[in-house]
Design a protein around this ligand. Sequence first.
Ligand code: 5GP
Ligand code: ZN
Length: 112
Amino acid sequence: MQNCLFCKIANKEVPAEIIYEDDKSIAFNDIKPVTPVHLLIIPKKHIPSINHLELRDKELAGGLFLVAQKIARAEGVDKTGYRLIFNIGKDAGQTVDHLHLHLLGGKKLPWA
Ligand code: 5GP
Ligand code: ZN
């Protein structure tokens, strides 16, 4: 999508610290990390949020979890633990309207 920040990152039009990439997804460090390990995993396809997922996106969406598992191992937080978060909409604080999975780890996380 033309004016979407994360589409631009996926297309390499906006720089980011890319940690992982395959044909369907890309992961990069969050610009304002809230934990020592804080990455965003996104599909390359523009999907605004979980609210906009369609049945045909099933594999694509599921693939994000497998990417998260790989990155958690590579970042060394798979044993210590990590949290995966999708923010959806205003009340959850979603600020970028391109589906993204936060991977947070590297310290003990408070609940909520
Ligand atoms: P949300 O609040 O929508 O769930 O998460 C959006 C995330 O994107 C935030 O954690 C924010 O720090 C991150 N972010 C916003 N702009 C950029 C950017 O230009 N580059 C990177 N790497 N992260 C960004
Ligand atoms: Zn987009």
